[in-house]
Design a protein around this ligand. Structure first.
Ligand SMILES: [Zn+2]
Length: 283
């Protein structure tokens, strides 16, 4: 057993339960790239802001035309070793649940039972006028039948399913509308500049209250909506452990940080803890 595995295991076993806060780093091995590099700088162009989406039809056209190309890859993405490790930690009884900043639903698909989608979910679309909910898949079928989508093999994908592409495709794009009332539809995700709903934030605090420590997994915590939970946990005297390759905004707050192969490390610990939990059943 390596020194790092031993060290993380000792930390995990020092508390009864943990809550995990996950970010884009967890999904990158599933083929969903991160918005920022290891130093926290933007990759690619700026994403569309919440207010722009609501008020500007050309921005919606830009969003949907790009999302139409990014979605197939997001919907086909499979959970990876990190998602599996968090499932095992839950099964071993030491994880209260997962608060994720990802919108890809890969934690749920991996088998995690208690997951809070802090920034919403990309697989559902809601009408801003009548609240009618449609699956993103159904929206994609509508888009495909009303637009000619170009080849996506050479395009760059971003975490919300957005992609970089030429403007002529965008300006001709036919945008989906609500099937019930014809109103403006929006993915059920918190856009940049948008607000996480109060009840979701409350649910996160309750999950943190129920746990004895907090793990940050694969996030640079560049967005305040995630960082505040780290501050909250630390204010309560709970250990804050960071598993992330690269800098985070909570580096000066944390009790311990693992930046070298953090996901493999977590997976090894999860295997060990789950095995040890099951051992007495066979003894
Ligand atoms: Zn509607």
């Amino acid at each position: 057993m390596s020194e790092s595995v031993d060290s993380l295991l000792t930390i995990l076993e020092s508390r009864r339960t943990w809550v995990a806060l996950t970010g884009a780093g967890v999904s990158s091995a599933s083929g969903i790239p991160t918005y920022r590099d290891h130093k926290g700088t933007w990759l690619g162009s700026q994403p569309i802001q919440h207010d722009e989406f609501i008020s500007d039809s050309s921005k919606r056209q830009r969003y949907w035309s790009r999302s139409a190309l990014g979605w197939p890859r997001v919907s086909a993405a499979q959970p990876n070793e990190s998602h599996a490790a968090l499932v095992k930690l839950e099964q071993a009884g030491i994880l209260e649940g997962v608060i994720t900043q990802n919108v890809d639903r890969l934690h749920q698909r991996a088998g995690s039972q208690r997951v809070i989608d802090l920034h919403g979910r990309l697989d559902r679309v809601r009408c801003l006028d009548c609240s009618y909910v449609t699956s993103r898949g159904a929206i994609q079928n509508w888009i495909k039948s009303h637009n000619a989508l170009p080849d996506t093999s050479s395009l760059t994908l971003r975490p919300d399913g957005d992609a970089d592409l030429p403007t002529h495709y965008v300006s001709d794009f036919r945008v989906p509308h609500c099937r019930a009332c014809g109103g403006v539809v929006m993915p059920e995700v918190v856009f940049f500049g948008g607000t996480v709903p109060g009840p979701v934030v409350d649910e996160c605090y309750q999950m943190i209250d129920a746990a004895e420590g907090m793990l940050v997994v694969g996030s640079s915590l560049s967005v305040y909506s995630g960082l505040r939970f780290c501050r909250y946990a630390v204010d309560q005297g709970k250990p804050l452990i960071i598993l992330n390759q690269g800098q985070t905004r909570a580096d000066d707050l944390c009790t311990h940080k693992f930046s070298s192969s953090p996901f493999t490390l977590m997976a090894q610990c999860a295997d060990y803890l789950l095995f040890n939990k099951q051992e007495p059943l066979h003894g």
